[in-house]
Design a protein around this ligand. Structure first.
Ligand code: PHE
Length: 339
């Protein structure tokens, strides 16, 4: 029996030495020390022993049990330690590695300037109006006093969907939509895309942006138009900026004018950016033609109004000294990052 006990201790220790998992330790404990375990099986046979042998074997059995238990708990401690070490090694971060930079998007220069212009007009009590980019001939041309054979249509050649439906060439079409649905006093701006079948170059694109303005009320005069535009440009470009109003012709305004701003680059002296003019053309404007008002059901003997349409790309290019329109559409991050 003594030999059997010693054997059990040896076997238990050998198996423990091989053991590499905490889970397997429990199985070993049951196998050797459990109720149906090997040690218990031997102790059950103690009754067969003589009175002298019993305490000796009993003592030995207790010692074997204590030894195995101690070995088990030592193994548990060492397995726990190596498991933790493995986990730390697996979870460790190399703080010397370079970080992953977060690239943060921002507004396109066209959107930025458009937002600024919206804010300025909202500060002057204007509302924002929206109109369709795909519109009919009536709103884009006819209602704006451009009958089917009007020569000015040629300068705004466009993309027709069919005989009557087309991509708008100018945001002036929104003037008509607004006057058809709202009663004076009207004070709106309408930013949006317009389309013309132009070939792409440094100053032309088949898609560009305009901001239309329309004010209709009693007693609106040309001086209101001038004051409004001067206020806009001073807020955008600073108090020193100067505007030049030149007579012009648009079928839907009378009188009409084109408005230039003193060159951002040379301050009026003349340079390559303004083609030696000293001024850069920014927009078309004028007093709403009585025929247009009447066509929209507004009594032109009571009401008058002014309208303007400014080219957003021009404003952005002037603002940031960009000399090629295409840069605004190529979406090259190296360009866009600079704003
Ligand atoms: N729609 C004109 C253009 O595209 C600009 C304009 C708008 C002129 C409003 C007068 C009044 O050229």
């Amino acid at each position: 029996m003594k030999e059997q006990l010693k054997k059990i201790e040896e076997l238990a220790k050998a198996e423990l030495a091989e053991c590499t998992e905490i889970k397997a330790l429990d199985d070993l404990r049951i196998k050797y020390l459990g109720k149906k375990g090997e040690l218990t099986a031997i102790l059950k046979q103690m009754g067969k022993l003589s009175a002298e042998e019993r305490p000796v074997v009993g003592q030995l059995a207790n010692k074997v049990r204590a030894d195995i238990e101690e070995a088990l708990s030592e193994k548990l401690t060492s397995l726990k330690a190596s498991e933790q070490a493995a986990r730390i090694a697996a979870e460790s971060i190399d703080i010397t590695l370079p970080g992953k930079a977060q690239t943060i998007g921002k507004l396109h220069p066209l959107s930025r300037v458009e937002n600024e212009i919206r804010d300025i007009f909202m500060g002057m009590g204007f509302n924002i109006a929206d109109g369709p980019e795909v519109d009919d001939d009536y709103h884009v041309f006819e209602a704006l006093n451009l009958p089917p054979d009007h020569p000015a249509r040629d300068t705004q050649d466009t993309f027709y969907i069919n005989d009557k439906i087309l991509l708008r060439t100018q945001t002036s079409s929104v003037q008509v939509h607004v006057m058809e649905t709202q009663k004076p006093p009207i004070r709106i701006i309408s930013p949006g895309r317009v389309y013309r079948s132009d070939a792409v170059d440094a100053t032309h694109s088949p898609l560009f942006h305009q901001i239309e303005g329309l004010v209709v009320d009693k007693g609106i005069k040309m001086s209101d138009l001038k004051g409004t535009l001067e206020m806009l440009m001073k807020k955008l470009y600073g108090n020193e900026c100067r505007l030049r109003f030149r007579p012009h012709h648009f079928p839907f305004t009378e009188p009409s004018c084109e408005v230039d701003i003193m060159c951002f680059n040379c301050g009026g002296k003349g340079c390559s950016m303004c083609k030696d003019e000293g001024f850069i053309e920014l927009l078309g404007a004028g007093m709403v033609h009585p025929k247009v008002l009447e066509g929209c059901g507004i009594d032109s003997s009571v009401y008058s109004g002014f309208a303007f349409g400014l080219g957003l790309e021009r404003m952005v290019m002037g603002r940031y000294s960009i000399n090629d329109l295409r840069l605004l559409y190529e979406n090259d991050v190296r360009f866009l990052e600079q704003f």
